[in-house]
Design a protein around this ligand. Sequence first.
Ligand SMILES: Cc1cc2nc3c(=O)[nH]c(=O)nc-3n(C[C@H](O)[C@H](O)[C@H](O)COP(=O)(O)OP(=O)(O)OC[C@H]3O[C@@H](n4cnc5c(N)ncnc54)[C@H](O)[C@@H]3O)c2cc1C
Length: 395
Amino acid sequence: MTAPRVAIVGSGLTGLLAAQGLQKNGIRVVVYEKDPSLDFRQRDWTIMLHWGMSTLGKILPQEVRDIFPQAFCDPFYKEEYPPSLPCLGNMTGKPAFHIPSTWMRLISRQRFRRVLSHGLRIECKKKLQALKHSSDGDGPVTMVFEDGSRHEADIIVGADGPRSAVRTHLLGEEKSAVVNSPWVIAMTIFSYGDAEKARFVRQLHPVWHMVYGPEGIGALAVTDAGKSNDPKEWQFYFVRIWEQDLEHSINGEEALKIFKEKSTRLCEPFRSAAEWIPEGSLCNVDQLKYWVPEPWDNRGGRVTLAGDAAHSIMPFRGQGFNRSMEDTLQLVEAIVKIRDGADRAEAMASYDRDVCARGRDAVLASLEEGKTNMNYERLGTSKTATRGFAKEVRL
Ligand SMILES: Cc1cc2nc3c(=O)[nH]c(=O)nc-3n(C[C@H](O)[C@H](O)[C@H](O)COP(=O)(O)OP(=O)(O)OC[C@H]3O[C@@H](n4cnc5c(N)ncnc54)[C@H](O)[C@@H]3O)c2cc1C
């Protein structure tokens, strides 16, 4: 059998992970990324790997598994995390609930991208504009990029994030459009350059702190313990979510001012953590968006979606990438079956059906979770409070 040539659009975590899994199975794969390099954007965030982590071992080749710890937010912290992660109520400053946390690992998205890029062929400055293919379900697909270049492959995987161009090709502008949630997400990354402040802010848990209340949600983490684990060098990531309709996204100084104003009524250490953020630190305030998957016509098994392109899950229970990892394993298995002679249309349709159904459940669940998380009276009934980050299983 001739192995299909696979093109992955997007070098986020999903695209890179899928490429690693395919390459490990001897399948020719090229990743196309619109940015000039993987480090082009300064924006980073932390991702909690939990129930999806077991699939990583199945997808990654040994040489990438070996360098996986380079993605950890704090590679100096080698033990299991303490058994529970306290989630404070901002009215009291006391734990509102605990999440079991021993089996988790907090990674930096950017550093994990660097790890996952190991040994892959990645073509940067390739912004996909259009896909061309025959209408009979046969023959290769041609990708047309913004720079005018064209490349061909047998299977195209759209891993190009929440505003996926591949999704627009499959479903049209209207059906593929992201939806505004009622919430705003504000993220900042900074170092205090002051050991005392850094230790104070990191007092509750080695890497991860959460607060819930009428002022919205806050999560605070060490994203980078520096070269020598000197608290003066620790880099923190602080994300807040609150209810608001924004007219447009806000960056920089204005965003940081809003972030600080919105955090003055939080309990400690969150209040001081926000107040002490140095001026000039990276900060963005955006409307939180989602997309509920609906079935797409995969053009005879030649075009599909993965990760946030297939289901833009909001981050209330840290499910998005954990879900992507599971989907990615299934995608790799489907393409391996095609290489070994399975019918392409059938193998890919089976993948699409599962990803779409599970993704739909997960996106709708994230919407519900947002509502209970943001309503302090109902917080105790939320999935986060009652089930932590555990996987939701569809019967
Ligand atoms: C604040 C926050 C916290 C989160 N926390 C967690 C967590 O704790 N646990 C968890 O499981 N998940 C979490 N998530 C979700 C997780 O980050 C995403 O699910 C995951 O990163 C998905 O990555 P992706 O590769 O599918 O998409 P993306 O990261 O969006 O990558 C898409 C890539 O495609 C490229 N691209 C876009 N358009 C084109 C084009 N036309 N042509 C070529 N390239 C293109 C982009 O430049 C980008 O590199 C969180 C998300 C946020 C925002």
